[in-house]
Design a protein around this ligand. Structure first.
Ligand code: G3I
Length: 302
């Protein structure tokens, strides 16, 4: 196959990208994105600040723009993200306790009911664990509402849209030896044991010199899959875009039957949140980089 999406589909997987609504008027961008990818994640448009700028007043203008572009171009959508410490609107940042807990529940219900039946996977909770060696939850206003905020979010999400796969999504959880990875593993194991409705774990996979790719990523993916959840690579970018590392990540997903697919966090290097690291598969002129060919070849021979 000659595109990433079609090549991934040979094994029942997908190859996705983050899409920014502000770039949908750029025909160079949309022609690459339309051709190569078969799943879309809105980069910012379904986040809390975008979808509920005032409490109880939802705004789906930008989210729908990305959603509609995706569907009109034959792509499925990963929703991102319903409960997160970051990109909260001002009104939510200032809440706490039971009021915030209820606002989180209302937010999940409001967004998921708008997109009910339309989203393949939702990142229900994003980035709830701390970096470093503690293995602790990240401090946040949501965490301070009580340790059960994550399971409440998942139970709320399941009821709001039973058709969506519900994912927990985080970064610096790819290396099996890291405390953050083990903490996330313990949470997912506990959720499965207690029947908390979780279907998938998203590994953001923002690899850089501080948190480089390690070949034990495959062990991580296999270990989570063995708990009875699907896994996905959800925000892949690699500082310097080593073709070998991109191929390794692709092969790690292909090696794990429950790995649903890969998503890169942007189309061209110039679209990246870390553009100075040139971490993506296409250069600023839309040209295919060596990493592109490495990924395509891996998908075609996997
Ligand atoms: O839209 C406003 C614009 O109106 C304003 O003029 C401009 C000035 O700063 O800011 C624009 O908003 C920016 C937004 O991206 C859209 O471009 C925000 O400042 C900026 O903070 C925001 O950054 C996003 C970041 O999440 C915020 O946390 C990145 O685009 C997005 O790629 C990044 O994505 C996250 C994932 O959601 C979660 N995992 C990590 C990943 C990378 O940080």
């Amino acid at each position: 196959e000659s595109t990433l999406g079609a090549a991934a589909a040979q094994s029942g997987r997908y190859f996705g990208t983050a899409i920014a609504s502000g770039r949908l008027g750029d025909s160079a961008y949309t022609s690459i994105a339309g051709r190569e990818f078969n799943v879309v994640t809105p980069e910012n448009e379904m986040k809390i600040d975008a979808t509920e700028p005032q409490r109880g007043q939802f705004n789906f203008t930008a989210g729908d723009r990305v959603y509609n572009w995706a569907v009109q171009n034959g792509k499925r959508v990963r929703g991102h993200t319903l409960a997160w410490h970051s990109q909260q609107p001002g009104w939510m940042q200032s809440l706490g306790g039971g009021t915030l807990r209820q606002a989180m529940i209302d937010h999940i219900n409001g967004v998921m009911s708008h997109y009910k039946g339309k989203i393949a996977q939702w990142d229900v909770v994003n980035e709830a664990f701390a970096d470093g060696s503690s293995g602790a939850r990240r401090d946040s206003n949501l965490q301070r509402t009580g340790n059960d905020w994550i399971e409440v979010a998942f139970r709320t999400a399941r009821a709001a849209d039973p058709a969506a796969k519900l994912c927990y999504n985080d970064y610096n959880v790819e290396n099996w030896t890291w405390a953050k990875t083990q903490a996330m593993y313990s949470m997912v194991r506990d959720f499965k044991q207690r029947g908390v409705p979780i279907d998938c774990v998203g590994f953001q996979s923002h690899f850089n010199n501080d948190s480089p790719y390690n070949s034990n990523f495959r062990t991580t993916l296999q270990s989570f899959a063995a708990l009875g959840v699907d896994v996905a690579i959800t925000e892949l970018d690699i500082q310097g875009a080593s073709a070998t590392t991109y191929a390794n990540v692709t092969n790690d997903c292909l090696a794990v039957p429950r790995c649903l697919g890969l998503t890169v966090w942007g189309v061209r290097d110039t679209d990246s949140w870390r553009s100075e690291q040139t971490p993506l598969l296409f250069n600023g002129n839309g040209g295919k980089k060596p990493a592109y060919t490495a990924v395509l070849d891996a998908l075609n021979s996997g």
